[in-house]
Structures are given as structure tokens and as C-alpha cells.
Design a protein around this ligand. Structure first.
Ligand SMILES: [Zn+2]
Length: 130
């Protein structure tokens, strides 16, 4: 039995739909309901619109963080971890492998938890690194 690509539930009756970042990279996924279909399409739209913002949100803080590390390591690590955590929570994009394993819904939640842990780690770094 196949799993729904959005909610990860197993179902007897799954429908095949096409989703993708652009027309040349469409893939077939299976969904269990109208709701899961519209959610997964919405998710792809959201990823499509925000991919560059996501990448910039990851790369710019790493860049700034590395420079800051030379002067004040605790602040550098904090900026890096907290910004990455924040971006991951805002845009919980997951790899296709993760989403296949858990369904997008759970995979996004896992990404958000990861983002939260990054922020917590950043705060610890700010407090404990001298
Ligand atoms: Zn579903």
C-alpha cells in the first residue's frame, strides 16, 4: 500500500497528481484527499516563490557569522545558528528523501523542530562561548 505524499497516511485509494518546481521537473506523487492535494500544491507554490529567499537567508548569516567569529565567536555562532533556525522555521523545506519517508506534513514539522534547536543552540553559544 502506498502512502499519501502530504500526510503520510496509508490509504487504499490514492490519487496520482503531478507537482514540481517547474514544467520540466514535474513528478508524480500520490495523495489521499482533496485537502492533501491542495496542501501539497500550495507547498510547492510556496517553495517555488521562496527558494531564493531561503538560500539567501541561509548563506548571508553564515557569511556574516564567519566574519563575526574572527572578532567575537559567541556572537558569530549565535547569528549563524539563530538566523538559520529562523529561516528553517519560516520555510521548512525538506529534501525529497525526507518527505518520501514521512510525508510532507511530518517532514515540515521535523524541519521546524530542527530550526528551533538551532536557535536554542545559538542562544547557548551566546551565553557560554567566551
Ligand atoms: Zn493525505
Amino acid at each position: 500500500m502506498d502512502k499519501c505524499a502530504w500526510c503520510g497516511e496509508k490509504a487504499e485509494q490514492l490519487r496520482s497528481i503531478k507537482v514540481g518546481m517547474d514544467a520540466r521537473r514535474m513528478e508524480n506523487v500520490h495523495v489521499c484527499s482533496d485537502e492533501c492535494e491542495s496542501r501539497i500544491k500550495g507547498y510547492y507554490e510556496f517553495v517555488k516563490k521562496n527558494t531564493y529567499l531561503f538560500l539567501a537567508g541561509i548563506l548571508i548569516p553564515i557569511f556574516i557569522g564567519i566574519i563575526l567569529c574572527a572578532f567575537k565567536p559567541s556572537l558569530g555562532v549565535f547569528i549563524m545558528m539563530a538566523s538559520i533556525g529562523f529561516v528553517v522555521i519560516m520555510f521548512p523545506f525538506v529534501t525529497p528523501q525526507t518527505s518520501k519517508k514521512f510525508g510532507f506534513k511530518k517532514a515540515s514539522l521535523i524541519a521546524k523542530i530542527f530550526g528551533f534547536l538551532c536557535i536554542v543552540f545559538g542562544v547557548f553559544a551566546l551565553i557560554f562561548i567566551r
